[in-house]
Write a protein that binds this ligand. Structure first.
Ligand SMILES: NC(=O)c1ccc[n+]([C@@H]2O[C@H](COP(=O)([O-])OP(=O)(O)OC[C@H]3O[C@@H](n4cnc5c(N)ncnc54)[C@H](OP(=O)(O)O)[C@@H]3O)[C@@H](O)[C@H]2O)c1
Length: 299
């Protein structure tokens, strides 16, 4: 199959190339899809760049998010058949013609493959962090990085749960964050003061999706580090903040977001699509840090 491959870590545009490699096959508990779209996540270029530790050695295919059509169903798998359109998280690398998924949900008919292909990681993460906070309808949550992949989905899931959301973004994305249903404010220094002006009655929870140093402000606003979750600031553990990196139950979390998408209660803008040959360009755009929604590879 055709796939983007790297054999050593480094600058993505230098170390990634498109090659013919052996197809992967679905093992027990897995499905294989013919990939129609593969979303780009920051962790993809972090792994290729060697920022997450480890080296390639063997040829490796990058990418986690994928949407496609099931063409192999592994032993013990129920509830999905060859020919179903699904989206989820790849165990074998998604920037390829075929990928083996370890967790998936049915693609809503109303969603394009591009949107579904960019949804898996963001959806799973958004539901996970909100579940950790356990907020009640009517309470207020601050989402730092609300214009990004994870942040934008977090805002919309929070609103579907009856929460009031204050979302941070850069100047260019204030209207976008408002369109998602949040009260927008700018990220960066002075965040606590700006949020207090928007929510004088107080804040019940904080989600840091950006890892750009907002956790101290979020702790100050909520008054309790246990009411703050970060997915990208690993030093925040020292403050008593919850650092979330994953866990079982991925498929159920993705299904929750697929239901919102099917009901027209969630949108995921596609900021750009790229053929496999331009994967280095897609990763560079993601690394610049201001993507509105998702970038998606079309293998
Ligand atoms: N632990 C986990 O389970 C997990 C899961 C998924 C992702 N992550 C990590 O979470 C991070 C975000 O992922 P993503 O896919 O949402 O990335 P993304 O789509 O690139 O979004 C990045 C967001 O950061 C915002 N931002 C840029 N500068 C900022 C600043 N100074 N302060 C606050 N926000 C700022 C951007 O806003 P503007 O463009 O409006 O400036 C944008 O909303 C990445 O580091 C990723 O690796 C972790």
């Amino acid at each position: 199959m055709r796939a983007a491959v790297y054999t050593e870590t480094g600058e993505p545009s230098d170390v990634l190339s498109v090659s013919e490699i052996e197809e992967p096959h679905a093992g027990p508990g897995q499905v294989r899809v013919a990939v129609r779209a593969a979303g780009v996540n920051p962790v993809d270029w972090k792994i290729v760049g060697g920022m997450m530790g480890g080296s390639a050695g063997e040829p490796k295919v990058p990418g986690i998010d994928a949407a496609g059509v099931v063409d192999e169903v592994g032993e013990g798998v129920t509830g999905v058949r060859v020919g179903d359109a699904v989206f989820g998280q790849a165990a074998t690398g998604s920037a390829a013609q075929y990928a083996v998924l370890s967790a998936w949900a049915q693609k809503p008919d109303a969603a394009s493959f591009e949107v579904a292909g960019g949804l898996g990681v963001a959806a799973e993460t958004a539901v996970r962090v909100l579940d950790l906070l356990g907020l009640q309808p009517g309470q207020t949550v601050v989402v730092d990085g609300a214009s990004g992949g994870v942040g934008g989905v977090t805002v919309q899931v929070a609103i579907s749960r009856g929460l009031r959301v204050i979302g941070t973004a850069g100047e260019a994305n204030q209207d976008f964050v408002r369109s998602l249903g949040a009260l927008p404010t700018e990220h960066g220094p002075g965040l606590a003061d700006r949020v207090r002006a928007l929510a004088p009655e107080g804040v019940d929870g904080g989600v840091d999706t950006a890892g750009r140093g907002s956790v101290r402000d979020l702790v100050e606003l909520t008054g309790d580090p246990a009411k703050v979750v970060t997915i990208a600031d690993f030093g925040a553990r020292e403050l008593g903040v919850q650092v979330s990196t994953g866990g079982a139950g991925q498929a159920a979390r993705m299904e929750q977001v697929a239901d919102l998408l099917a009901a027209g209660r969630l949108e995921l803008p596609i900021a750009g699509t790229f053929p496999l040959e331009r994967i280095g360009e897609a990763y560079a755009e993601s690394r610049a840090g201001h993507v509105r929604g998702k970038l998606v590879l079309l293998p």
